[in-house]
Write a protein that binds this ligand. Structure first.
Ligand code: NAP
Length: 283
């Protein structure tokens, strides 16, 4: 049992990231450049609409411009790709975010791969993922980057630790597994076909939950002293970790909300500013 776990405060980590961005945004502004993020939302999933709105609001607060493209759920892959290509060609747009998931009839991989590399601020292209896996991505996916930023901010050691990632999606579980491996963790990636999942989690020094199932990770799965990072964001602001049950076991844990979420958005802002600087040659 651990009596005083560190609550990993995503708002503090996000505030530091955004504080560093402010002078960079001002410098770009002095050169007549306003970093601009374009978000594309296909369909009317209310949760996705909320995420897109949160990202737009974050842009506004930091003095970034945001463009929101809403497409009907009947949009075809070709139409979506055409919209992405138009944004690729627009020099005033520095970052493009296609909100995941898109309706099932759309080829999401083809749509992600239509995003120009220098505007792929959420690391969703095949090439962006490959760069992340090799450890030199300009823009790794924002949620995995946020998880690594939280570990770094709180100086939690990664090298040599056993990290268990639950989830293997191309925007979360897989890239965060690669990023932990690149920082010398020993990584086990679990998924829906994993047999005996709790026994893997019980041996973890670092647990990353990226499942999309509320309160999935149970308190009795957590090794005493483990670090628990909850990327889950389910309806009603509920994470993938049973927070109350895991808290007494963990040495450090992210809450939901105010854990990984705000850092993800700060990371998206950072990548957009990075992209604007690169595009304008002011970095
Ligand atoms: P996703 O694409 O649905 O992937 C979920 C993953 O969990 C899959 O790899 C799936 O395995 C695995 N899984 C499902 N049921 C499982 C089970 N019973 N046991 C073990 N693994 C299981 O979801 P995602 O986009 O990665 O998102 C995951 C969570 O993170 C969601 O709650 C989402 O809302 C949240 N999220 C948060 C942020 C943020 O800013 N905090 C950003 C993005 C996503 P298979 O591959 O075998 O199907």
């Amino acid at each position: 049992m651990n009596n005083s776990p560190i609550i990993l405060d995503g708002n503090c980590v996000a505030a530091e990231i955004k504080e560093r961005l402010a002078p960079r945004v001002a410098k770009l502004g002095a050169n007549g450049i306003v970093p601009c993020l374009a978000t594309i939302l296909v369909g009317d999933d209310p949760a996705s609409a909320t995420y897109v709105r949160m990202k737009g609001n974050a842009c506004k607060r930091l003095g970034l411009r945001s463009i929101r493209i809403d497409l009907p759920s009947a949009t075809t892959t070709e139409e979506l790709i055409a919209a992405i290509r138009e944004l690729n060609r627009d020099p005033a747009v520095h970052g493009i975010l296609l909100q995941h998931p898109v309706p099932g009839h759309i080829d999401e991989r083809a749509a992600f791969d239509a995003i120009a590399m220098d505007k792929d601020v959420d690391g969703v292209t095949t090439q962006g993922f490959a760069q992340t896996a090799f450890g030199f991505a300009a823009f790794p996916s924002c949620t995995p980057a946020a998880i690594m930023a939280i570990l770094a901010y709180y100086k939690l050691p990664v090298a040599g630790k056993h990290a268990v990632v639950i989830g293997r999606s191309p925007i979360l579980g897989k890239p965060v597994s690669a990023m932990l491996l690149n920082q010398d963790a020993t990584v086990t990636t679990c998924h829906s076909k994993t047999e005996g999942l709790p026994s893997f989690v019980r041996s973890a020094d670092i647990v990353v939950a990226a499942v999309g199932k509320p309160n999935f990770v149970r308190g009795d799965w957590i090794k005493p002293g483990a670090v628990v990072l909850d990327a889950g964001y389910n309806p009603g602001n509920v994470g993938d970790v049973d927070y109350e049950a895991c808290l007494p076991q963990a040495s450090a844990i992210t809450p939901v909300p105010a854990g990984v979420g705000p850092v993800t958005i700060a990371m998206l802002m950072k990548h957009t500013v990075d992209a604007a600087e690169k595009a304008s040659g002011t970095n």
